[in-house]
Design a protein around this ligand. Structure first.
Ligand code: UD1
Ligand code: MG
Length: 464
């Protein structure tokens, strides 16, 4: 590869989005638009230090996001947004020392890596090559004007009626010989209907100087720009089905693709069954033969093989090992870990808790900052009182413990191996090995109480 750099234009206001969030940070599924463009450049083999992102409108947010997620990518500033030509010019000090410059609109999340590779490999062929596509509905895209051996672009707002009928349009991706661009960039003016400096004018200026311009035609599907909320939804839909198709081609069974949302970073093995209305976001790994029931939302989590998520489970930043089971109706979050064959069942919340092999938290429980050994059974309604108003405290429950229903663990507290608690206990002290902890008031029966208080449980006329 020649000495080449990629400049991504992401400084625009995105006025047509009518949103406070900068356009390039608007999400397509679970990632901002700009992530797809930067990742694509990296996948095409461009080293991060040769990728520059131009930020401006909402630039602080964009800069923060990019530096956090893409190390070594260069952030460049366009302080005033005077058009794409002005944008490229603002970054001149950065790109002028390269031989070839690829310029990409920052609002093209669907572009394929092979297409970018094709553009990159045409370096040096022309002074400028632009990517075009045949648009079914060319809308407001810049129209491609073809000369005998040259190409130029007229923006929709400046185009004549005749020119507007052209269906070949500008995708917003270009490769320039740096020397040639340097020769024309100062001649780009803003004498047009938008009073903006257009990078698209560089082609006509090159043609005037006898330089060569050409086009690379690519499929419309991957070249759609995002300018409005409706285009964002449309692009998101295309991306979503691309991901689902890829997963299904790898043997994942998605029962109803129309209702399932899965982000690009999910790795899902074959024979995983995904029921309707499931969402899977961020870096998730799901092992072979697992089952994800309806209404479940899984975010940044790892599920082993043959895990069963019955239905309506919310799982975040957690690990569920092979053959473990969750749901229905559970919330597993913040670094929780189910070992093999562990179970978190109905109306159970686990927060930062470790559930040992084969241990069960079947119903109506909250385990926060708790560590359970293997083969523990937690009775219904038991909870850890892990927060004392200042600190989060830990609960340790050893192997083979049996916790009676409605036990309160006032943390920090510990049950040693084989210990048990009596139902309804408030456990405030360690329960030694194989002992029973009873922490409740002793029952006392009051004879004939009902007879003396009959009015409490009968309803007489006029008294309701
Ligand atoms: C642009 C092209 C148009 C093409 C279309 C493809 C120009 C003049 N027009 O139009 O021919 O068909 O893309 O999608 O280039 N930006 C900046 N600084 C600015 C202005 C824009 O960084 O001052 C960035 C935006 O953030 C965006 C990209 O450049 O990522 C394109 O800008 P946008 O306003 O979307 O241009 P279009 O009107 O779509
Ligand atoms: Mg655009």
């Amino acid at each position: 590869m020649s000495n080449l750099c990629v400049l991504i234009m992401a400084a625009g206001k995105g006025t047509r989005m009518k949103s406070a969030l900068p356009k390039v940070l608007q999400p397509v599924l679970d990632r901002p638009i700009i992530d797809y463009v930067i990742s694509n450049a990296q996948s095409a083999g461009i080293m991060p230090e040769n990728i520059g992102v131009l930020v401006g409108s909402g630039g602080e947010l964009a800069e923060q996001h990019i530096t956090r997620n893409f190390q070594s990518v260069k952030i460049l500033w366009q302080h005033e947004q005077l058009g794409t030509g002005h944008a490229v010019k603002s970054a001149r000090d950065w790109w002028k020392n390269y031989d070839d410059l690829v310029v990409l609109n920052g609002d093209l999340p669907l572009m394929k890596t092979e297409s970018l590779r094709e553009l990159v490999s045409s370096a040096g062929k022309n002074d400028c090559t632009v990517i075009t596509f045949e648009a079914e509905n060319p809308g407001a895209y810049g129209r491609i004007l073809r000369g005998e051996n040259s190409v130029s672009i007229v923006e929709y707002k400046d185009a004549s009626e005749e020119q507007r009928k052209i269906h070949e349009v500008n995708a917003g991706c270009y490769i320039f010989k740096v020397k040639s661009l340097l020769a024309v960039i100062d001649s780009i003016n803003n004498n047009n209907s938008q009073n903006e400096y257009y990078i698209t004018d560089a082609l006509a200026l090159m043609n005037e100087k006898g330089m060569s311009t050409g086009a690379l035609i690519l499929p419309e599907k991957e070249m759609q720009g995002v300018n409005t909320q409706s285009e964002l939804a449309n692009v998101t839909r295309i991306k979503r089905f691309e991901i689902l198709e890829r997963l299904m081609n790898n043997g994942v069974r998605i029962v109803d693709p129309e209702s399932v949302y899965i982000g690009e970073d999910a790795v899902i093995a074959r024979d995983v069954v995904i029921m309707p209305n499931v969402q899977i976001w961020g870096r998730c790994i799901i092992g072979e033969g697992s089952y994800i029931g309806s209404g479940s939302i899984i975010t940044r989590s790892v599920l082993g093989s043959h895990v069963v998520v019955t239905a309506y489970a919310v799982i975040e930043n957690s690990i569920l090992s092979d053959d473990s089971k969750a749901g229905p109706f559970c919330y597993i979050r913040d670094g929780s870990y189910l070992e093999e064959k562990a179970f978190a069942g109905k109306f159970v919340e686990l927060k930062n808790s470790h559930i040992g092999k084969g241990s069960k938290v079947p119903h109506l429980s909250y385990m926060g900052d708790a560590t359970l050994g293997h083969d523990v059974n937690i009775g219904a309604g038991s909870i850890t009182c892990n927060y004392d108003g200042e600190r989060k405290n830990k609960t340790f429950i050893g192997n083979n413990c049996f916790v009676g229903s409605n036990t309160m663990f006032v943390a920090p507290v510990e049950l040693s191996d084989g210990a048990a608690t009596a139902a309804g206990s408030v456990i405030t002290q360690r329960v030694p090995e194989n002992s029973l902890g009873v922490g409740r008031a002793r029952q006392k029966n009051i004879a004939d109480w009902s007879l003396r208080n009959r009015h409490h449980n009968t309803t007489t006329e006029g008294e309701k």
